[in-house]
Design a binder for this molecule. Structure first.
Ligand code: NAP
Ligand code: GFB
Length: 336
């Protein structure tokens, strides 16, 4: 049988003994929460032997800037791109900076898509998020509902920029035949997260607050009512799924990458798990003057299950313990 190509089941390019150009995978945002997890997974993946994987940080170039982006593509000549780089933040950061979340992400995404087209990238995989789905919706949410109404106002800027990626993936395919697709992760957590209390997401924010409360013998403050519901995916599970999307998922349509609806937990439940993982014996108090944001955004992973029925997710208690242990061990170097 023809030797299978590294990516997917297509054999190497046919004709005149031409072989495929060597695989160069460019990972934008390669130094963040998800990028670091992909780096770890790829280092343990035999299929990546003989491939070149480049993990970018903003130090390699500001992707908001078109010429800096072009210079990166010129230098690395990627055959595949996993596009993670974005202005990313939790509820409170999004509420405070809607214009910047829109502009920076829209500019980054436009630069990446155009450079992928110009440099003939064989496949581009971009990241959306379950928080960009319509706020007024039926549950569970699935991939077909992405544009069925306005997103929750708290992250309007971020959501509009992200939704444009899906719309433009279809335009690039129709007009230029580009293989551009996107994935829709639910809330992600794990080592190398952004633990900044004001700007970060809930799990790293609560881990940081719990650490400080324990150290100072003070109460730990949970913002909002604690009643909102979320599905959380451990970063290394998401990383494995992203590599699978790059190699084997052939659709232009987005695919939700999330634990099942049955794994949805409340913010209060998560706070309790963090206290236990940190062995924090103090009081957990709620500051209900702070926003709750979306009450729920329950996503279906039925489409993912149709491709990968046996994929095993890390149980949330185990994932939170790993994230807590990493933060305690790496406190000085952690983003906070
Ligand atoms: P992160 O930890 O904040 O990492 C962001 C990465 O993007 C970093 O490597 C950062 O570089 C880079 N970056 C930011 N602005 C840049 C710029 N202007 N030019 C070049 N690089 C830039 O983010 P993450 O949580 O890994 O998120 C990765 C992707 O997943 C994003 O597209 C995000 O929208 C999506 N997502 C995340 C979540 C979540 O809960 N975290 C949920 C759904 C979807 P530096 O390290 O140099 O700053
Ligand atoms: O992860 P998070 O900030 O963002 O979670 P979203 C916010 C929820 O956790 C709200 C509660 O219900 C908050 O009231 N919460 C409790 C806290 N304590 C804290 C805390 O110390 N820090 C934070 N941050 N929240 C985001 C979107 O929505 O989802 C982003 O805004 C992104 O764009 C992300 O896509 C995945 O889950 O509400």
């Amino acid at each position: 049988p023809a030797k299978l190509g590294r990516f997917g089941s297509k054999p190497p390019m046919a004709g005149y003994g031409k072989t495929e150009s060597p695989t160069v995978v460019l990972v934008t945002g390669g130094t963040g929460l998800v990028g670091k997890a992909i780096n770890k997974v790829v280092n343990e993946d035999d299929a990546a032997k003989g491939e070149t994987w480049v993990f970018l940080s903003s130090k390699d170039g500001d992707l908001v800037d078109r010429s800096a982006t072009e210079a990166i593509f010129k230098k690395h000549q990627p055959t595949h791109v996993i596009h993670l780089a974005a202005r990313v933040g939790g509820l409170f950061h999004n509420m405070a900076k809607k214009v910047e979340f829109f502009r920076e992400n829209m500019l980054i995404n436009d630069n990446i898509m155009e450079c992928c087209r110009i440099y003939g990238v064989k496949k581009l995989v971009s990241c959306l998020s379950t928080c960009i789905f319509p706020d007024k919706t039926t549950y569970p949410i699935d991939e077909t509902m992405l544009h069925n109404g306005p997103p929750h106002d708290s992250n309007l800027g971020y959501s509009i920029a992200k939704r444009l990626v899906d719309s433009m993936n279809h335009c690039y395919k129709e007009q230029y035949g580009c293989q551009f697709t996107s994935l829709i992760p639910t809330n992600v957590y794990g080592p190398h997260d952004n633990f900044n209390v004001q700007d970060g997401h809930v799990i790293p924010g609560l881990i940081h607050k719990c650490y400080l409360a324990k150290q100072k013998g003070e109460d730990m403050v949970l913002w909002g009512s604690g009643t909102p519901m979320r599905q959380f995916i451990f970063s290394e599970d998401l990383a494995r799924l992203i590599v699978w999307v790059l190699r084997d998922y052939q659709e232009i349509e987005p695919i939700i990458l999330s634990v099942g609806e049955e794994d949805e937990v409340s913010i209060s439940d998560v706070a309790q798990m963090i206290c236990e993982a940190m062995d924090f014996k103090g009081k957990l108090v709620k500051d209900t003057t702070k926003a709750d944001g979306q009450f729920k955004k329950t996503a279906s992973n039925k489409k993912l299950r149709s491709y990968k029925p046996d994929f095993k997710f890390t149980p949330i208690r185990q994932g939170i313990q790993t994230a807590v242990d990493w933060f305690v061990e790496n406190y000085s170097a952690a983003r906070k």
